[in-house]
Design a protein around this ligand. Sequence first.
Ligand code: SGN
Ligand code: CA
Length: 539
Amino acid sequence: MVKTRFENKVMMKSNMTAIFILATIVLFSSCKAKKTVEKTSRPNIVFIMSDDHAYQAISAYGHGLNITPNIDRIANEGALFKKGFVTNSICAPSRAAMLTGKHSFVNGKVDNVSPFDWNQDNFAKSLQKAGYQTALVGKIHLDGLPQGFDYSNVLIGQGEYYSPEFIENGVKKTYPGYVTTVTTDIALDWLNNKRAKDKPFLLLYHQKAPHRTWMPEEKYFKLFEEKTFTPPANFFDDYEGRPAAAGQEMSIFKDMDVVYDLKMLDKEGTIKTPHRNGFQNQYNRMDKKQKAAWDAYYDPIIADFKAKNLQGKELALWKFNRYMHDYLRTVQSVDDGVGELLDYLKANGLEENTIVVYTSDQGFYLGEHGWFDKRFMYEESFRTPILMKYPKEIKAGTVVDGMVQNIDFAPSFLDYAGVEIPKEVQGESFRKLVSGESSEWRDAIYYTYYEFPGEHHVKRHYGVRTDRYKLIHFYYDIEKWELYDLEKDPSEMSNVYDDPSYAKVKADMHKQLEAMRTKYGDSDALNSQNLSNYLKAKN
Ligand code: SGN
Ligand code: CA
């Protein structure tokens, strides 16, 4: 018989005494009971990572560019990290840091080119040893057979948007369709049909999108079509006082390729750009039906672009809008996938006991400083979105203000799972910070970037950030220090390193930097002329 809410209330009152007696018994036997409960209720972990997803393009962060209802759900039902950061703003190094909990100069994966040593410890290995079922699906960008996973089905290198090639447990396979939906389907198939349902699980569900070349899924071709985006206030930055920023090759106006990046692959072949062929290869991966839908949408835009013959500022703004349209469309498919995963957890009674994290391998420029891409220690690429839910422990609507870095994921997951954190791990568990149990947290974070010479021409640098200030040292073929007051200058337009009124801040920040380098064991050894030789000697 179903009782009314009122009847329930009455019953609750009359049962108060019984509950009191029961509670006393439970309290006395709780020490014994706790151990069993912990063992049987270890949380499942779904770790979602997308590639190059700017926090500016997640509506929970409030930038108003787009609406991502499913990713937002994670923060609404759990926590939004206001200050999530990476340790090295580029794909493979970021993933290595995330898996090992160690900085690049310790785990050895300093750039996208250097080898990754899968033989070292990673948190998936620890969870696997502790009885977890583990799976890795999608983009990992680390060569070699992944270690620590009972099941892996990963893209090769950067992966492709259409007809993507995967390696399933070491065996190559091409899937028809669109990469984001294929990755979601593989993840759901593992959850539904492949995992052992009597064990806790760890699923790394890692999307390629919204990585360059931002090829959308057909159903989103028209999304934002009517919308004109206003670029950020520093879109026409002149880089005064910042020579490293001036020397990059990631400017939307100068470096964004209208065919490769912006899809102006005209059938007549009159739009000739350095990377036209590269995009032709991407286009060729689509089947007949996909090509027909693609052409129906893009051909009129190409014709219009040719007719307008835009130049200068007008061309820059056109490129910015074309970029935003496609970038945000690819984000929408990622958001759909997150929704499917969350729905699966709910429908299968897994919601309460599953930790879900959404993050990106780094942040991304959506026109700030006139840029796309990442790599710099400036805010938009240093930062990364982090949203997390775990109904058992995290209050809905939590906002985390402490500076959390990607090396913190590994120790945090191990902490939640009750598994020992290896002492080599450099990150820290943010479990108590998120639950509110403790407000004690670090007050400075450290950053390194090495991939120079390299694509996009971002100079090698390292630096320290506190809540208010940031000190960066660019080196190798340049010698330049930069200091920013993030409170007064959040867009980092004014380098105050030589401003006498910042002399004390500068001295303090140098001390902080040295403290960080000592704490994490960094030195100038890696700053040598030849990185690969350094790595050979190290291994
Ligand atoms: C590719 C891209 C670059 C990008 C790197 C690294 N070029 O090389 O624009 O910076 O990846 O990205 S592309 O012509 O291949 O698209 S990362 O996210 O994998 O680090
Ligand atoms: Ca990336």
